[in-house]
Design a protein around this ligand. Structure first.
Ligand code: SF4
Ligand code: SF4
Length: 446
């Protein structure tokens, strides 16, 4: 590792930079790899979320700065910003900035879901297919989200704020920045409040996000935004189905038409994901259950099968999630599974014709009445209290580094992970006094 890579990686770790696209993978790990291509995932394919577009509209130079640093750290010869061509006003500005930077270009993507799946983006940008069970680094690529690179452009500066979109059933949908640790209720109030009496929300996009009802849950570094909907909206009801419910309905209704598999973006990339076989696994126990469950191992949980492809409105995504959990208990992963044949994946010949347009998806999800622009607003919100979650990233959760009664300044480390473990610190997002510490969070009161 070069001196620059080592220092860049140290700064990312100490600043607590994590993947801001929702996954929360510690960014310093990616910076330690070697890659030919550094890709910016600006596809933002989750319907109704706008924060990546807004960051690129208002702070583009910082994202390019972060990309250049990442390219230097991993030794990438090319940087590619993958953004949907529908952003017609934004793209010329990005192309102008790219002209002034070395070896950076803009890749225009179609408006389909899931253009932002990192393995789909790698294929679109380079024509390379990530091997089954592999990661983009296996084919010489490192992929980072827009906000992650924005944060990377401030070496060593702790991540204390995050960009979010609040869209759906709120009075003034918007995209803005808030201190990490404020509640979603406060974020909704900054958007004028609810427009429905009995709201629920999806944390993250409508496709991959989780249904939540607790608006007092805190915003975390990897938060991208929420979609507020009435609690009885069909999307909320479907996504909230429990395992006994989706299993019972699936067992009795699935006619094995295979549409779920035919539309699966990972299957279309040539990976052996077959959700219809996972649905079949629910009819069996023992060895037969195990055999069919293995076709879930390479599922990326994009939800296209459940929320678009299945004509019976069944839930193959949840079947895949449950199947993977069952296999974990049996100590079966991709490497020791029967679908690990060592064959090179070959993309499906009709892949391009099975891409699902986002406009069609929005209608299918019943979100046409909730799909607002969510414009950028400058917000300098000063909360009186924040709760900093100790588990905000993939890896080992932080252990508290402060105690009740202690005074902390904004940016101070309030939780950390041992240096030899995967993870990174969390920081105070406001100055104040520590008023609560437990295994889940550190509370700071201004
Ligand atoms: S699309 Fe629906 S009905 Fe068809 S095989 Fe998949 S889960 Fe079953
Ligand atoms: S959620 Fe469904 S469509 Fe998406 S990768 Fe998994 S099996 Fe394929």
């Amino acid at each position: 590792m070069s001196d620059f890579s080592a220092e860049f990686s140290r700064n990312l770790r100490s600043a607590g930079v994590v993947g801001a696209g929702g996954a929360g993978f510690p960014a310093y790990v990616k910076a330690q790899g070697k890659a030919e291509y550094a890709l910016v995932n600006a596809a933002e394919c989750e319907p109704l979320l706008k924060k990546d577009q807004k960051i690129l509209e208002y702070f583009p130079a910082k994202v390019f700065d972060g990309l250049e640093m990442l390219m230097k750290a991993v030794g990438a010869k090319r940087g590619i910003v993958g953004i949907k061509k529908k952003h017609e006003k934004l793209i010329p500005r990005l192309e102008e900035i790219a002209k002034g930077r070395k070896n950076i270009s803009i890749l225009k993507l179609g408006d389909y879901y899931p253009a932002g799946d990192e393995q789909c983006l790698v294929y679109e940008a380079t024509g390379r297919v990530v091997p089954p069970g592999g990661i983009p680094l296996d084919v010489g690529c490192v992929v980072c989200n827009v906000e992650t690179l924005y944060n990377a452009a401030f070496p060593g500066k702790p991540v204390t704020e995050t960009f979010i979109t609040v869209n759906g059933a709120v009075k003034k949908p918007a995209t803005f920045r808030v201190p990490v640790g404020v509640t979603w209720r406060e974020a909704v109030e900054l958007c004028g409040g609810f427009t429905v009496k009995d709201p629920a929300y999806i944390d993250g996009g409508p496709m991959m996000g989780k249904v939540m009802t607790d608006f007092d849950a805190p915003v975390v570094k990897a938060s991208g935004g929420i979609i507020v909907l009435p609690k009885d909206h069909p999307l909320i009801v479907k996504k909230a189905q429990s395992r006994p419910v989706f299993s019972r309905i699936g067992r009795s209704t699935c006619d094995q038409c295979c549409f779920c598999t035919e539309f699966c973006p990972r299957y279309l990339l040539g990976h052996n994901v077959q959700p219809h076989r996972v649905m079949r696994s629910m009819q069996f126990t023992g060895g037969a259950h195990k055999v069919h469950s293995q076709y879930a191992l390479l599922c990326c949980e994009c939800s296209l099968c459940s929320l678009y492809a299945c004509p019976e409105n069944l839930h193959p995504t949840s079947a895949c999630v449950s199947a993977k959990a069952d296999l974990r208990e049996m100590k079966v992963g991709f490497k020791n599974s029967e679908i690990n044949t060592g064959k090179k994946p070959v993309p499906h010949p009709v892949r391009d014709f099975r891409k699902v347009p986002v406009s069609k998806l929005v209608r299918h999800l019943g979100l046409s009445d909730y799909n607002f622009d969510a414009p950028w607003k400058d917000e300098d919100y000063k909360p009186s209290r924040v709760r900093i979650l100790l588990a905000q990233h993939i890896g080992l959760p932080c252990a508290p580094a402060v105690s009740v009664g202690q005074r902390v300044e904004k940016g101070a480390v309030v939780g950390d992970v041992p240096a030899d473990k995967l993870g990174c610190p969390v920081h105070a997002s406001i100055s104040g006094t520590v008023t609560k510490v437990n295994e889940k969070y550190v509370e700071i009161t201004a």
